[in-house]
Design a binder for this molecule. Structure first.
Ligand code: HPA
Length: 273
């Protein structure tokens, strides 16, 4: 749990380092997808460790810094690396940067991740636009005293992911002949992958893909009124779907292979919103 003063202290420290830039869009880059941060023009780098009250990223493939600058003709703030509950962080820690971004004047969010495919019509390497999520894991980034400056106590969650943003992204993918799926992201805290029985249960409950991130940030962002595009790169089929064991090296390899296509489409997306 954090106080409004702590969020403000972090935002003030970032603002001082932005040299007058006013970012409009926050982009959170998932495992293996951090390369987009290196495409930012006139970048300013702000390591999380330099920001008061910030926790640092410890997961593989997560650098742990903000990159502020220009992408697709827009001023963006990119998170090269995010936090996860499986690193031992709370949901409030994981969602902390969202509220700080809101205090910096940002109300548009692109969240990316990689996940395992559950829907049998998906293939590894496909992109999925997240239409909704399911979180049956305990905890919420909003637990504790509500901070009214961010939003009300009981936020509506009936439209977390922005439909128009999904339509824009789908149009970009179609123009490029890229396969793009859409579906429900099922959140599991990890770090262990799921069992085949869990995957059968998740499919029965309506999950199309399963992963260990994104949902804490999406809850906090929806609470404070941000418009969200959620994108999943399906790096493998979930346990028991393809009949092969889960292989982390393969997950990271497919994420890196998909990264180039992903980066080009995301650049075009920020240009169009
Ligand atoms: N399950 C959970 N998280 C993941 C997976 C998966 O199958 N693949 C990539 N991230």
């Amino acid at each position: 749990m954090y106080t409004l003063e702590q969020y403000r202290e972090s935002a003030d420290s970032i603002r001082e380092r932005l040299d007058g830039r006013q970012p409009e869009i926050l982009m959170i880059l998932g495992t293996g997808l951090g390369g987009l941060g290196d495409k930012i023009k006139k970048p300013v780098y702000i390591p999380y460790g330099d920001i008061p009250n910030f926790k640092t990223a410890t997961a593989i493939g997560h650098i742990g810094r903000f990159v502020a600058g220009e992408l697709g003709g827009r001023q963006v703030l990119v998170m090269q690396g995010r936090l996860h509950v499986y690193e031992g962080y709370t949901m409030a820690d994981v969602a902390y940067p969202i509220r700080v971004a809101k205090l910096l004047g940002i109300d548009k969010l692109v969240i990316t991740n990689n996940a395992g495919g559950i829907n049998k019509s998906f293939c590894p390497g496909n992109l999925m636009i997240i239409t909704d999520y399911i979180k049956f894991a305990p905890g919420s980034p909003l637990a504790g005293p509500n901070i009214e400056e961010f939003g009300g106590r009981f936020p509506d969650m009936s439209r977390v992911f922005d439909k128009e943003y999904g339509d824009i992204f789908r149009a970009i993918a179609n123009e490029r002949g890229e396969t793009v799926q859409e579906g429900v992201y099922f959140y599991m805290a990890g770090p262990q992958f799921e069992t085949p029985a869990e995957i059968r249960a998740i499919r029965a409950l309506g999950g199309d893909a399963v992963g260990m991130s994104t949902v804490p940030e999406a809850i906090a962002a929806n609470h404070c009124g941000m418009r969200i595009l959620g994108l999943t790169l399906l790096t493998c089929m979930a346990a028991g779907v393809a009949g092969t064991p889960m292989d982390t090296d393969e997950v990271i390899r497919i994420a890196e292979e998909g990264a180039g296509r992903f980066e080009a489409m995301m650049t075009e997306f920020v240009r169009r919103i």
